[in-house]
Design a protein around this ligand. Structure first.
Ligand SMILES: *[C@@H]1O[C@H](CO)[C@@H](O)[C@H](O)[C@H]1NC(C)=O
Ligand SMILES: *[C@@H]1O[C@H](CO)[C@@H](O)[C@H](O)[C@H]1NC(C)=O
Ligand SMILES: *[C@@H]1O[C@H](CO)[C@@H](O)[C@H](O)[C@H]1NC(C)=O
Ligand SMILES: *[C@@H]1O[C@H](CO)[C@@H](O)[C@H](O)[C@H]1NC(C)=O
Length: 138
């Protein structure tokens, strides 16, 4: 796997070229919307569930899916839509660092990854995750 481009916040290969710093509020593709975040205490840690919605744009596929997992593993767990993955880590408890990855393939076999994270306490009916990193891989 070779990282061809490292484009923190730039998204320029997606056509979102901008001379000025990107203002996330103005760009729905760079903010994911989470609802119904909840955790339950289990024998091995905390299980979590949440819904996440990403707006489709010309250059980024949209999604709307449910994610579940456990803090017993630090690996990203596939959500119901397997292109979305998530994990949570106490940061420190009771604050959870929620990390989400979106992966998709564009024409030309380029694979794109976007990442975002947010810190929340459970339960959280609604919050947003700003997308802060993007990678293109060939
Ligand atoms: C996302 O999916 C849920 C469950 O199917 C639905 O209730 C909700 O309205 C959807 N959200 C959007 C923005 O489409
Ligand atoms: C917690 O999550 C793990 C892994 O996702 C799953 O195997 C386990 O059954 C869940 N436990 C409960 C009590 O929901
Ligand atoms: C899961 O979170 C709880 C609460 O912070 C912590 O006690 C436990 O060690 C965590 N599990 C792992 C594997 O990090
Ligand atoms: C979450 O908390 C960690 C540790 O306090 C911090 O480094 C990180 O910047 C926070 N992330 C967000 C999105 O606020």
């Amino acid at each position: 796997m070779q990282f061809l481009t490292l484009l923190p916040l730039a998204l320029s290969t997606l056509g979102l070229v901008s001379a000025s710093p990107i203002r996330r509020e103005d760009n729905p593709a760079l903010t994911w919307h989470v609802s119904n975040f909840n955790t339950v205490h289990t024998a091995v840690g905390y299980n979590y569930t949440f819904n996440i919605y990403g707006v489709a744009t010309q250059n980024t596929p949209g999604f709307n899916t449910t994610c579940t997992g456990s803090n017993a593993t630090t690996d990203l767990a596939a959500c119901a839509d397997p292109l979305i993955k998530s994990r949570i880590q106490a940061d420190p408890f009771p604050v959870w660092n929620v990390r989400v990855e979106h992966e998709w393939i564009k024409s030309g076999d380029m694979e794109f990854y976007t990442y975002g994270e947010q810190n929340v306490t459970s339960p959280a009916p609604r919050f947003t995750i700003p997308v802060t990193q993007e990678y293109g891989v060939a």
